[in-house]
Design a protein around this ligand. Structure first.
Ligand code: CIR
Length: 263
């Protein structure tokens, strides 16, 4: 199975508490109605590929819970429930676990009291799992993940997240088994040596968090130079409004868990 082919996705509706979502810099309060409209467009794009998309109810107690990607790593063999490094987000992972158990059967968990890791720091390619250390993901979390997925045949490689960047995948995306969309500041670290890299255009770093979902590349709207590069490279591109999620450091990958369980 190619790593960008998915039968399922899990999403969660944004809650009214989204206005309290975590952010590095305050650039304004997210507008819930606009975010809901963007979220509906995003789900429609996922569904247009034929995938089953689960829409979980909003959780007011967790302002950032629309960003389901951070709660788990989904592999064909099974899911691993994360331990988010943001204290306000720890409980989101426990809320996701039963949904993953229903779809996968068996679910593994990051459990160490000192282990922290968020899904936004993990990029799974056909060869390996890349994990960027960040303010949300520490060495103990990476080491625990490596142990949990070893018997499924995965190698975990710890890589660099640029300073001031929330997550590793804030700056990169998998476009197909071997091709990565990346900012120059991240790729310059050498972490993608041996892969084919397509660079986001200068000044368009905020669109590096894009997803390849079946036949689509789903990218945030408003980045015409990078969009043109992707279209020129032969990808079918769909743009989704991201103005509201961007105010709280969210992008396209954060809004779903994507997988094809093998059981
Ligand atoms: C946070 O700071 O946790 C949220 N406001 C944004 C999370 C974005 N998630 C992701 O990039 N995977």
């Amino acid at each position: 199975m190619r790593s960008y082919t998915f039968s399922h996705a899990i999403t969660r509706r944004p809650s009214a508490s989204i206005i309290a979502g975590l952010r590095a810099v305050d650039t304004g309060t997210p507008d819930l109605a606009v975010m809901q409209a963007h979220h509906a467009d995003y789900i429609a794009a996922l569904r247009s590929t034929g995938a089953q998309v689960l829409e979980l109810d909003a959780m007011e107690a967790f302002p950032d819970s629309v960003f389901v990607e951070d709660t788990a790593l989904c592999l064909p063999e099974g899911a691993v429930v994360m331990r988010p490094g943001a204290p306000s987000r720890l409980g989101e992972a426990a809320e996701m676990a039963p949904h993953l158990a229903a779809l996968y059967g068996v679910v593994r968990r990051i459990e160490g009291a000192d282990s922290f890791i968020e899904g936004g720091d993990i990029l799974t390619t056909e060869r390996e799992i890349l994990v960027g250390r960040s303010d949300r993901t520490n060495a103990a979390g990476v080491a625990e993940l490596a142990k949990l997925v070893a018997d499924w045949g995965y190698t975990v490689r710890e890589v660099f997240t640029p300073p001031g960047v929330l997550h590793f995948k804030t700056d990169c995306s998998l476009l197909d088994g071997d091709t990565i969309l990346s900012t120059k500041r991240l790729a310059d670290s050498g972490c993608f040596d041996g892969y084919k890299v397509i660079y986001v255009a200068d000044g368009e770093e905020a669109c590096a968090n894009t997803i390849r979902f079946n036949d689509l590349v789903i990218m945030p709207a408003g980045f015409p130079k990078t969009r043109a590069v992707l279209v020129q490279a032969g990808y079918k591109v769909v743009e989704i409004g991201n103005s509201e999620c961007a105010k709280i450091d969210g992008g396209m990958s954060c809004l779903s868990l994507r997988f094809s369980p093998t059981r």
